[in-house]
Structures are given as C-alpha cells and as structure tokens.
Ligand binder design. Structure first.
Ligand code: NAD
Length: 503
C-alpha cells in the first residue's frame, strides 16, 4: 500500500484506478470521523486482476493437496498471530466490539482455513471399477472465483470464500465491502505473503466493481454474500455468461419459545442472537416468537436484559453493542422503528445511547425490543439488519410453524422447548438451513451453512463446500476386464467409403 499526503490519505492498492470517481471514504462508526480514503478499482483494473488470476491459477491448480493444505494452515496460524491487530482494524471501520471481532470473527476465520487445509487432503473424488471401465471422478477448480463480501463479518466472509476456493485449486479475485474494507485489506496483505503463484487479488470499490467482477467472462464461479436484491442483480449479470453463483443472502430468523422452555437459558441466548454484532447479522434472531402463556414474562425478562446492554465505542471493552456501520444503515434502522410504531408495534424497551460527547457523531441505534408485533407487519417480514428484535405471539405449535415459515427467508431458526419431541417436530417443520435447539450458538464452522428461498443457496464452511468451488470431472478408462459395448455395432466405419469422382 502507498499513501499520498492528502487528508484522509488516499490509499492506493495494486488494482487501484487513477479515476477520482473510484475513490471512496471509510468512516469510524464510533465517532463518524473519516479514517481512510481508498482509490478503488475501475473496470479496466477488474479486467486486469481477473486476467492475472486466470494466468496464475494454471500453476496453483497443479500443486499437490499437501502443498495447498500447508499454505492454508499457515494462513490460519498467521490469522491467529495477528488476531488482535486485525480485530482492532475491524472495529475501526465496522464498529463492532473488538472482543467480538477477535473472539468470533478472527477465531472463525482461522478455523475455516484450518478446516479446508484438512478437507483438501481427503478431496471428494471417487474411483470405481464399472464393468470394463475404471471410472475416476475428480474435482476440478472453476478457475477464477469472483468473491463479493458484505460489511458485517468481513474476515469471516473472506475466509469462507478464499479457503475452499484455494483448497480446490482456484485463484480468487475478491471485492471487499466499501463500508468496512480495512480488515480485509490487512488480511489479504498477510495472505499474499504466504500464498505463492499470485493467485489472490483484491479489487476495492463500491457496487459497480462487484458488478464488473460478476460480469467478467473469465470468472468461473461467483461466490456472493449480501442482500437478496443485490443477489438478484448479481445473478442477472452472471446469466449473460451462464456463470454459476453461490448466494448467501439475508435472513429474518425465527427464535421460537414454547411455554415449557427453560427461560433462564432462552433469554440470554435471545439477547446474544438478537443484539450480537449490533444485529447486523444474516443469522440475527430478529423474530422472537413466544407462546402466549409466557409472552408477558418473556417480554419483561428480555426488556430487563436489553436495558442492561451497554452501547458505545467498540474499542471500549465495556461495550456490548457498538454503532452501526454507516450513517445510512443507522437511518435505515431508525426508520424501521418508526414504521413499526406506525404499524401498531409497541416500543417495549431500549438501551441507553452513549452520553460521551466524543461519540456524538457516531452511528448508534439503541438496542430495542418491539412487542405486540403482528406477523403481517413490515417489521416482521423485512430484514432490519440492526439491534431490533420483534416479538410475536403464537397459540400453539402449528401457529408457531406457520408464522416461522411466513417470510420468503429460510436461513436459521432457534427452537426452545423442554419437550424434545416437540422441539424436533418444530425443527423439522421450519424452513431453514440450520436450526438451533435450546441454544443459538452460531459458531458453526464445519457444519454446512446456507439457506433456502430468499436466503439464497449453496453451503459454506463445511466439507461439502468443496463441491461449490469445483465441478466433477470423470475419466472413463478401459481396465482390460472385458469388451467395451458399443450402441451402434452395425455401423461399420472401418469400411472404405465409396468415392465420388469429381465431374
Ligand atoms: P449488499 O448486498 O449491499 O453488498 C454486499 C456486497 O455486494 C458489497 O461488497 C457491495 O459493494 C457489493 N455489491 C453491491 N451492488 C452490487 C452489484 N450490483 N453487483 C455486484 N456486487 C455488488 O449487502 P451489505 O449491506 O453489505 O450486507 C448486508 C446483507 O448481507 C444483508 O442482507 C445480510 O443478511 C446479508 N448477509 C448474508 C449472509 C449469509 O451468509 N447468508 C451473511 C452476512 C450478510
């Protein structure tokens, strides 16, 4: 990275353009101060990065599994060594508490690299004697993976795309989020020192940079994480080249509490599920569905806990909930509180905002519990992506499932009940890629992660993810165990064809 003397300094990267229109500024959400101006890529730089990755991949794919695995393991170790440093950077542009960045994001990122370092040594390949043929199926890399990352867990999404892509033998061109790119840039800087062959490239910028990447005909597959509307746009762009895409999109996740649940356990999990990472989580427990017999009790317990949350600068170890990532995101979430109240929801509890004048320009939203929410309200259906939990009442199991499945999303769900048969029945009926029973622990590296419906498709963070980053290729080899049947034995192509004399 090189910097000029302007304030904030304009940071140039390998694939920066020279067009001032591609510059963008990153703010510290805790104070609203501008902390960096990056010179982003333009279409020519995206093209050059993809071509460089495409050329480099030829060498990388020929390296042994052991070599690629060793590289991934070294990356995992390096992330652990630099976890505190990268976590502080992540707090500076994303806003989240540093303890969450280090303990969750960076720990998960290292674990993802470790996972695929191990996975690739037992790749999903198969060989079988099949009559007169030996059939051998291998996993082929797509070539260049176009990876597009959102702002909420930048290191995890970077790891979730890079690790399996590199394991299978792909090169990667990655676009970091424009709101919070700094942790990704530091991570990639460290990774570039470890990965040989020049196979990892980063193209900073806003949406059009992602669109240029998705449109590139040398991109073999797109791995996108972000909002459903952006996913649709990515898919339409990719359609022109028939480029396949893995899409991890939003969620409006139900957290279902039956009246026989252990509330001493359910309430702390709900607080973590709803307000961790400022609620800027595709996995946020944003819909709290509670059986009517315990609705008031749960509302009171959650309200008491919400009021105890400390909102503040993520760099302060006392902070539970940091600021939202940008002023736009703050505005959007505050608007949803107005929309909810106008629809008839009750603002049941809020945490205090920080009083420190140094934080007056920060993008804070008070963690909020909305009660008396009806399943038809906008706040019960649209992804708010902030520290807001909407509390909905249900009478029985059937109604709980009906409400849970009543949005287009299907990412994760939580089911809390003391009756394990009821919990399992409900988990079976709920449409989601991942269901937590009597807990809500989202650190699930090794378990297939992804959704259905408007939450997208494809699975990350597990052994099966290797299939997302490679396609099957089969060789059919005569094994000498018998004749290979032909389906047109009567067609004799060895006979000399009748020649037509030229006239
Ligand atoms: P976003 O869709 O606005 O942006 C995501 C990325 O796409 C950014 O890098 C952005 O610059 C880029 N982009 C924007 N327009 C583009 C275009 N036309 N073509 C290509 N790329 C484009 O999402 P966000 O606001 O950064 O993140 C929040 C969303 O991400 C939420 O909906 C959330 O649920 C979702 N998310 C999903 C998961 C998951 O794994 N399912 C995880 C985290 C976040």
């Amino acid at each position: 990275m090189t910097t000029s003397t302007a304030t904030p300094a304009v940071t140039r990267l390998r694939w920066s353009s020279t067009d001032p229109a591609d510059q963008f500024t990153v703010h510290d959400p805790a104070t609203g101060e501008a902390i960096a101006t990056l010179q982003g890529a333009g279409p020519q730089q995206v093209d050059a990065a993809v071509r460089a990755a495409h050329a480099a991949q030829q060498n990388w794919r020929r390296r042994s599994h052991a070599e690629r695995g060793a590289v991934l393991r070294r990356i995992a170790d390096t992330i652990r060594e630099h976890a505190a440093e990268i976590a502080a950077i992540e707090t500076s542009d994303n806003g989240k508490p540093t303890s969450q960045a280090e303990g969750f994001d960076l720990a998960a990122s290292a674990a993802i690299f470790d996972l695929f370092a191990g996975s690739i040594t037992t790749p999903p390949s198969a060989a079988a004697q099949n009559g007169p043929l030996l059939d051998v199926t291998t996993l082929e890399p797509y070539g260049v993976i176009g990876a597009i990352v959102p702002f909420n867990w930048p290191p995890i999404h970077t790891a979730g795309k890079l690790a399996p892509a590199l394991a299978v033998g792909n090169a990667v061109v990655l676009k970091p989020p424009e709101q919070a790119p700094l942790s990704v840039l530091r991570l990639i800087e460290l990774i570039e020192e470890i990965v040989p062959d020049d196979v990892v490239h980063v193209v900073p910028g806003r949406g059009p940079v992602g669109a240029a990447l998705a449109a590139h005909r040398l991109v073999g597959k797109i791995s996108f994480t972000g909002a459903p509307a952006t996913g649709v746009s990515v898919l339409k762009t990719a359609a022109d080249n028939l480029t396949p895409a893995l899409l991890e999109l939003g969620g409006k996740n139900p957290f279902i509490v039956f009246d026989d649940a252990d509330l001493d356990s359910a309430v702390p999990w709900l607080i973590e599920g709803g307000y961790f990472n400022q609620g800027e989580a595709c996995t946020a427990a944003s819909r709290l569905l509670v059986q009517d017999t315990v609705y008031d009790e749960v509302a009171d317990r959650v309200a008491r806990a919400v009021r105890r949350l400390t909102v503040g600068d993520g760099a302060d170890p006392a902070t539970h909930v940091g600021p939202l990532v940008t002023s736009e995101q703050q505005r959007r979430v505050l608007d949803y509180l107005d929309i909810g109240r106008a629809e008839g929801a009750v603002l049941h509890a809020q945490a205090e905002l920080p009083a420190d004048p140094r934080l007056a320009g920060g993008y804070y939203v008070p963690p909020t519990l909305l009660t008396q929410v009806a399943p038809t309200m906008r706040v019960a259906n649209e992804e708010i992506f902030g520290p807001v939990v909407t509390m909905i009442r249900f009478r029985d199991e059937d109604e709980a499932v009906r409400i849970a499945n009543g949005t287009p999303f299907g990412l994760v769900a939580g089911v809390f009940s003391g009756n394990h048969q009821r919990a399992l029945r409900t988990a079976d009926a709920v449409r989601a890629g991942l269901v937590f029973i009597n807990h809500y622990n989202r650190a699930a590296v090794g378990v297939p992660f992804g959704g259905t419906g408007a939450s997208g498709y494809g699975r990350e963070h597990a052994h099966e993810t290797l299939h997302e980053f490679g396609y099957s290729k089969s060789l059919r080899i005569p094994n000498g165990l018998g004749p290979i049947p032909r389906w047109q034995p009567s067609l004799d192509v060895t006979a000399t064809p009748e020649r037509k004399e030229p006239r």
